[in-house]
Design a protein around this ligand. Structure first.
Ligand SMILES: Cc1ncc(C[n+]2csc(CCOP(=O)(O)OP(=O)(O)O)c2C)c(N)n1
Ligand SMILES: [Mg+2]
Length: 362
C-alpha cells in the first residue's frame, strides 16, 4: 500500500523553526552540512588533475630539498611535503580571476597549486633574476600580484590581518572575490589572529581563515602549546562558523572548500576551516626533528598519505599503474627542467638591490 504523501515542505519548515530558535545554529551549520556529505564527487579526469598537482608539489619539494643540500638554495627553506592535499583541494575551488591567497613561509606548494610556473619558483629559491621576486625574496617571500598571490610571510601570523585587508579590498571594490588566508596551528595562538577575527566578522568580510594544523609549530606539538586543539572552534566567540576537515584527503578538502566559498560569497562573512594534516619533513631544512619518532612519521606516510590515497582511488576507477608511472616520470621531467633552469639562470644585477625597496624619509 502506498504511504501517505508527506507535504514536501514539512521537514524543512520544522528545521527552519528549530534553526531560528537556536542562536548558535549558524556556527554549526557548515560543519553539519560538511559531515553529511564530506567528499567531492570528482570525475576521473578531475581526480587525475588533483593527483598531478599534488605530485608536482611533492616532487618539486623533494628537489628543493636536494638543491638545499647541495648549497644551491640559501637561507630558510620550509617544505610542504605531506600537506599537498590542503593547497590543491582548496585552491582548485577558487576563481583565479578574482580570488586572492595569502600564506606564511611554507609557501611553495600554494604557488604551484595556483598554477605558477615551477621554473620561476625554483629560480626564486636559488636567488636568480628570473625568480618570481627577482631573486631577492627566496623561499619565504614569493609574491605575484598578477595571480593575486600575496605571499609568502616570515612573521608568524602576520598574514592573517593582511588577509583581512585583502578581503576588505574585495568588499570595497565589489569585485566578488574571496581571500583565503592560511596560517599554522602555532600561529593560531597569536593575538593578532583574534583581533582579525573580530573585525572580519563584524564587517562580514569575504575571507576564509584556514588553519593548516600539521600538528607541530617548530619542535612543539600542538597539544603541548594549545589549550584548544580543535582549531575550528576558535571562531565561535566571534560568531565565525567553523569546519573540521581531513586535510589528507583532497576530495574532502575540495568539498569543504565549496561549502565555505558558497557561504562567504553569499555575503555571510568569514569561515574558519581547520585542515588536519601532517608535515613529513622537519620544520625547515635545518631541523634535526628530535621531538618526534621516525615511527610516527612512517605511520602517517604508510596509512594516511594524500597522494597514495588519490592513487589508490584512481586505480579503483580503472587507471593503470603504467599510466600513473608515466605521469610521475613526466612530472619528474618538469621538476628537473625547473632545477636546470634555476641553476643556469643569472643572479640579479647589483642595481636590483635598489628596486622595490621602501625607504622612509625622516
Ligand atoms: C612572530 C614570530 N614569532 C616566532 C617566529 C619563529 N617561528 C617561525 S615558524 C614558527 C612556528 C610556527 O608554526 P605553525 O604556525 O604551526 O606553522 P608551520 O611551521 O607548522 O607551518 C616560529 C615560532 C616568527 N617567525 N615570527
Ligand atoms: Mg604547524
Amino acid at each position: 500500500m502506498p504511504r501517505a504523501a508527506q507535504p514536501k515542505s514539512a521537514k524543512p519548515k520544522q528545521a527552519e523553526a528549530e534553526a531560528a530558535s537556536d542562536p548558535d545554529f549558524e556556527l554549526r551549520s557548515l560543519q553539519t552540512a560538511h559531515a553529511k556529505s564530506p567528499r567531492y564527487k570528482a570525475t576521473r579526469d578531475e581526480l587525475i588533475g588533483f593527483y598531478e598537482q599534488m605530485l608536482l608539489i611533492r616532487r618539486f619539494e623533494e628537489k628543493a630539498g636536494q638543491l638545499y643540500g647541495l648549497g644551491l638554495i640559501g637561507g630558510f627553506c620550509h617544505l610542504y611535503i605531506g600537506q599537498e592535499a590542503v593547497a590543491v583541494g582548496l585552491q582548485s575551488a577558487l576563481d583565479q580571476e578574482r580570488d586572492s591567497v595569502i600564506t606564511g613561509y611554507r609557501d611553495h606548494g600554494h604557488m604551484l597549486a595556483y598554477g605558477l610556473d615551477p621554473k620561476i619558483i625554483m629560480a626564486e629559491l636559488t636567488g636568480r633574476q628570473a625568480g618570481i621576486s627577482k631573486g631577492k625574496g627566496g623561499s619565504m617571500h614569493m609574491f605575484s600580484t598578477e595571480k593575486r598571490f600575496y605571499g609568502g610571510h616570515g612573521i608568524v601570523g602576520a598574514q592573517v590581518p593582511l588577509g583581512a585587508g585583502l578581503a576588505f579590498a574585495h568588499k570595497y571594490r565589489g569585485d566578488g572575490g574571496v581571500c583565503i588566508a592560511y596560517f599554522g596551528d602555532g600561529a593560531a595562538n597569536q593575538g593578532q589572529v583574534y583581533e582579525t577575527f573580530n573585525m572580519a566578522s563584524l564587517w562580514k568580510l569575504p575571507i576564509i581563515f584556514v588553519v593548516e594544523d600539521n600538528q607541530y609549530a617548530m619542535g612543539t606539538a600542538s597539544k603541548r602549546s594549545s589549550a584548544e586543539t580543535h582549531f575550528h572552534r576558535r571562531g565561535t566567540a566571534f560568531r565565525i562558523p567553523g569546519m573540521d576537515v581531513n586535510g589528507m584527503d583532497v576530495l574532502e578538502v575540495r568539498q569543504a572548500a565549496e561549502l565555505a566559498l558558497a557561504h562567504v560569497r553569499g555575503g555571510n562573512g568569514p569561515v574558519l576551516m581547520e585542515l588536519n594534516t601532517y608535515r613529513y619533513r622537519g620544520h625547515s631544512m635545518s631541523d634535526p626533528a628530535k621531538y618526534r619518532t621516525r615511527a610516527e612519521v612512517d605511520d602517517v606516510r604508510e596509512h594516511n598519505d594524500p597522494i597514495e590515497r588519490a592513487k589508490k582511488e584512481l586505480i579503483e576507477l580503472g587507471e593503470s599503474e603504467e599510466s600513473l608511472k608515466a605521469l610521475d616520470k613526466r612530472i619528474r621531467g618538469v621538476v628537473g627542467e625547473a632545477a636546470d633552469f634555476a641553476e643556469s639562470s643569472p643572479e640579479p644585477e647589483l642595481a636590483e638591490l635598489y628596486t622595490d625597496v621602501l625607504v622612509e624619509r625622516g
